[in-house]
Design a protein around this ligand. Structure first.
Ligand SMILES: [Zn+2]
Ligand SMILES: [Zn+2]
Length: 353
């Protein structure tokens, strides 16, 4: 548990969006009004505050799009592909199984040891950069662990078949059906379901094939995750934007108004912002987002904190920082409530409940 009083004594803090956001290295924390009151009381009286509920914790394990990009030019934001861990109450929910999942698996083993794990993995879709960490996820090699994998069928051959195929010979030495953990793969039919105390909802994304985004709400806190999604530019009508594969994507037909409604008021919006405006012109119909449009959507939807995600494999740290600076300027001219950051590997968010 973090010591809130210590946090406020750290030199690196700033005021934003009428809230005090503490930045402690790789941890962002949003103290809410209740916590501020507790702090002020304990600071003046010296009486320790009452225990409070465990915050919702979000950790980025992989933030890159398309393919892992290790190397000296990606050290700041990281090179592993899509994977986020969400801890809410007794739930451990994993969003996507890109190569960042391998690192999460190591950390879970260090935390749990021999104790059984009960994990839920929500897949947005089955492109490589969202599933390639699964064969290297160490918890599936322990028999006392449970892993429930949920996703939507997107390849006509079934989710189980798609996930198994990447571990078949000659691609991998151990089959998915041979790993000792108890793995259940379920194709979702509903668009809303519960994971313990977490209310989970899904919505189609605009991306080739079947691809969704998720929204998780728990104890008044929320995160929406759209790692792969194209937002249309006003200058490009849908007919021009949509390629043959994209034409089959229900998310492209839904339109952005539906997406804005889906993420309305969310605390944390993690969204595909792969291209700057100039690059986007060369990648219309590829199924990925332009940072300008993503900022506009976040403002329209009243999101509190936007995290740019699915960083282009050709973007080094300097380019991502440049895009972040641009996004912050855009946000500042049009909103006094939206905060923008670029997702980076290892970053942890704590949302008090
Ligand atoms: Zn992707
Ligand atoms: Zn994709």
């Amino acid at each position: 548990m973090l010591n809130a009083r210590k946090l406020f004594k750290t030199p690196r803090h700033w005021t934003c969006c009428n809230e005090l956001i503490a930045n402690r290295g790789n941890i962002h924390i949003w103290p809410d009004r209740r916590i501020r009151l507790v702090m002020s009381s304990s600071q003046t009286s010296g009486v320790s505050s009452a225990p409070r509920a465990t915050p919702v914790r979000i950790k980025f394990w992989g933030v890159r799009g398309s393919i892992p990009t290790p190397g000296p030019t990606t050290l700041e934001y990281g090179g592993n592909t899509s994977c986020i861990e969400v801890r809410a109450g007794d739930q451990i929910v994993i969003l996507d199984a890109g190569t960042g999942l391998r690192l999460l698996g190591r950390e879970l083993l260090a935390e749990f040891g021999e104790r059984p794990m009960n994990l839920t993995l929500l897949l947005t879709h089955t492109h490589w950069d969202h599933i390639q960490g699964l064969p290297f996820f160490l918890p599936v090699y322990q028999p006392n662990n449970q892993l429930r994998i949920l996703g939507y069928e997107g390849a006509r051959s079934g989710l189980q078949s798609v996930l198994s195929s990447q571990m078949e010979s000659p691609f991998f030495p151990i089959g998915l059906n041979e790993v000792p953990a108890n793995i259940k793969i379920e194709e979702l039919k509903e668009w809303e379901f519960e994971l313990g105390s977490v209310r989970a909802r899904a919505c189609y994304a605009c991306h080739p094939g079947v691809c969704v985004g998720y929204r998780l709400d728990v104890a008044g806190r929320s995160i929406a995750f759209f790692p792969d999604n194209e937002l249309q530019h006003d200058s490009h009508p849908p007919s021009e934007l949509i390629t043959k594969r994209m034409r089959r994507s229900a998310g492209c037909q839904n339109g952005e108004q539906k997406l804005a409604e889906f993420v309305r008021g969310v605390d944390v919006l993690v969204m595909d912002s792969q291209y700057d405006a100039e690059e986007y012109e060369q990648h219309i119909g590829w199924g990925h987002g332009c940072v300008d449009k993503v900022v506009a959507l976040a403002i329209e939807a009243g999101a509190r904190h936007l995290y740019l995600f699915h960083h282009d494999p050709n973007h080094d740290d300097a380019k991502i920082t440049e895009m972040l600076t641009h996004a912050r300027k855009l946000a500042a001219t049009k909103s006094n409530t939206l905060r923008v950051d670029a997702a980076r590997e290892g970053l942890t968010l704590e949302l008090p409940v």
